[in-house]
Design a protein around this ligand. Sequence first.
Ligand code: ASP
Length: 316
Amino acid sequence: MQPILIIYTGGTIGMRTSSEGYQPCDGIQTLIESSLSMAALAQLQPYQVHEFDNLIDSSNALPSNWLEIAQCIKDHYQQYSAFIVLHGTDTMAYTAAALHHLLGENIKPVIVTGSQIPMCEARSDASSNLLEAALFARSGKVAQVCISFAGKLLAGNSAKKVHTSAMAAFDSLNRPPLALANIALDFSQNTVTMSNAKTDKSFEFPSLQEKSVAVIFLYPGINDSVINAAFLDSQTTAVVMLSYGAGNPPDQNLCLIKALESAQQRNIPVINITQCYSGSVSQGTYAVGSVLNKFGVISAGNRTLEDVVTSLYIKD
Ligand code: ASP
């Protein structure tokens, strides 16, 4: 049996307390060996660990970190059966979506996980999250990038961090979980199964340097300067606009209308996402939204912010 590669990038899972609060700490292999029960370690075997030199709190993650993880998977793709990425929870959904865009589907399992409580602490959820990630990775039923957290396996491009402190910190509100770690692993129908996975896949990654994605959250009373900073900055290559309800903007805001017109003239894509937690954009159902169709704004449908932002960095 080929081993699993556990890629440790930082995050609470391996953190320890300092005078300034939790901070990333090296030595995850020793921590795993001392924290998991014998039975859990036996289930994890065979595995190897690749620890990044620059361990981060994922709040500091950059697009270059997504590429670093993808490159690590590419470099080790032949030698391992699956990849578990240990990551901070704060931007885990961005990284999982980015890896989905970079690596595609029909690949060996790439399962991103972490924990709400550090592995070194008594009530930690780290061991169960790691073990469940390994069980999903070895199930033979996963051939894509996923997040495994608190018993749920979620598609990497539709997950979200939904709670700051609950153990069940992740959900995918517009798509049911791919599987649940109940007494058995219960899979739904919509996983990409391993029988289609390419074991000799060659990956090509784009350069992300020249991209600058602006995100603007509309709210009553929004200033012109906030709108202009997002839409008119010369660096901006795409704008993600979080609008109200079914994708509705304030069409009486003349600054916004001018900014949308300018973006269209400069070929800057504008993607319209709802501020609602779930459901889909239906652009133009209301008259206020029809202006978006006029200026070529793209509806995000039911995609998450994380999915849209990362795809704008990665795809042309
Ligand atoms: N701030 C931490 C991080 O994202 C939170 C966590 O891992 O749960 O790295």
